[in-house]
Design a protein. Structure first.
Length: 278
C-alpha cells in the first residue's frame, strides 16, 4: 500500500501547489494514505523574530481546518492524516504539546534542522550547513534526546547533518551509529529520505548506519528524492514517483502513538530491529 506522511504546504515558504492538488495527485498515483506534515510554527520568545522555513503560529488553525475540510471531502477515496514536522526545541516543547492537543494533531515527525533554536543565528545553528562532520555528534545527541521524549513518531532525514559534508569520516559514522542504536532501542523508524546525498564525495559508506548492515535501497525500491513531498507534479511525472513509499508509517505496538496513523507502506528492517521507511 502506498502511503506518504511527509507532505508540506505553501505555508512553509518552500513548497508549491495547494493541498487539494497534492490530494488529487496522490489519488492519481494510487496512494491510499496521505499525511500532511508542514513545518511546525513556534511561539518564539525573541520579539519580532520570524522563521523563513515554517508557518506562523497564526496560520496553524487554518492549516488544520483546511485539511479537515479536505479530509471530509475525500473521505471515501483517500485517508488523510494531519500532522506536523517539528524541531526539537526544548524550551518550547510545552507550547508544542498544548497546541497539538488543542488541535488534535495526529502525529509529529522529528525534523532536527537546528540546535535547540533558530532564533539567534540560524546559519550557525543549522545542522548540515558545514563541510565538517564535527557537528554530527551534537546532531546525534539532539536527535536521541528528542526521540526519548516520546513525542515523535519517526525521524525525518536522519542523515541531514551530512548535507554539505565532503568525506564520511569517523565522526560521521559514530553519529549515524548512535542515532540508529537509539532508534532500534526505542522502536522508532528512520525515514529513508536522502537529504544527506548532496554529499560531495563518494556516498558508498553513507548508509552503513548500523553495525554489520548496509542500509541501502532494496531491490525494486527506487532511490527517493530528498526534499519530501512538496510539489504535486513529481508524483505523476511519467516515471516512478520521486517520493514513493518513503513516508510509510507502520502502526506497530511499541511505536509512540501506535494505532494512528495506520499504513503498511514500503519498509524494511536491519540489525537489531531497526526500522526503515522507504
Amino acid at each position: 500500500m502506498l502511503t506518504n506522511y511527509h507532505t508540506h504546504t505553501t505555508r512553509c515558504g518552500h513548497a508549491e501547489g495547494t493541498e487539494e492538488e497534492y490530494i488529487l495527485t496522490a489519488l492519481r498515483c494510487g496512494y491510499k494514505v496521505l499525511g500532511f506534515s508542514d513545518h511546525t510554527p513556534w511561539a518564539y520568545a525573541t520579539p519580532g523574530f520570524v522563521s523563513r522555513i515554517r508557518m506562523l503560529p497564526s496560520q496553524l488553525d487554518d492549516y488544520v481546518l483546511t485539511l479537515r475540510r479536505l479530509r471530509e471531502k475525500y473521505a471515501d477515496k483517500l485517508h488523510i492524516r494531519i500532522g506536523l514536522e517539528a524541531e526539537y526545541f526544548p524550551a518550547y516543547l510545552g507550547w508544542l504539546r498544548e497546541e497539538t492537543e488543542r488541535l488534535d494533531i495526529e502525529y509529529l515527525i522529528l525534523g532536527c534542522h537546528y540546535d535547540t533554536t533558530d532564533e539567534q543565528d540560524a546559519r550557525a545553528s543549522r545542522f548540515g550547513g558545514s563541510p565538517s562532520t564535527a557537528h554530527g555528534r551534537r546532531y546525534a545527541e539532539q536527535v536521541v534526546e528528542a526521540l526519548e521524549t516520546g513525542l515523535y513518531r519517526y525521524l525525518a532525514h536522519p542523515d541531514l547533518f551530512l548535507n554539505r559534508v565532503t568525506a564520511f569520516d569517523a565522526d560521521a559514522e559514530k553519529a549515524c551509529r548512535d542515532i540508529c542504536a537509539a532508534a532500534a532501542r526505542l522502536d522508532i523508524p528512520l525515514e529513508y529520505n536522502m537529504a544527506g546525498l548532496t554529499l560531495q564525495g563518494p556516498p558508498r559508506r553513507l548508509f552503513r548506519l548500523h553495525p554489520g548492515r548496509v542500509l541501502a535501497h532494496r531491490g525494486g525500491v527506487p532511490r527517493q528524492g530528498h526534499r519530501g513531498l512538496r510539489r504535486p507534479r513529481p508524483l505523476g511525472a511519467g516515471r516512478r514517483p520521486r517520493h514513493r513509499g518513503k513516508e510509510s508509517l507502520p502502526a506497530q505496538p511499541g511505536h509512540p502513538g501506535a494505532g494512528h496513523p495506520a499504513g503498511a507502506g514500503i519498509s524494511g528492517h536491519c540489525a537489531d530491529g531497526l526500522h526503515l521507511l522507504y
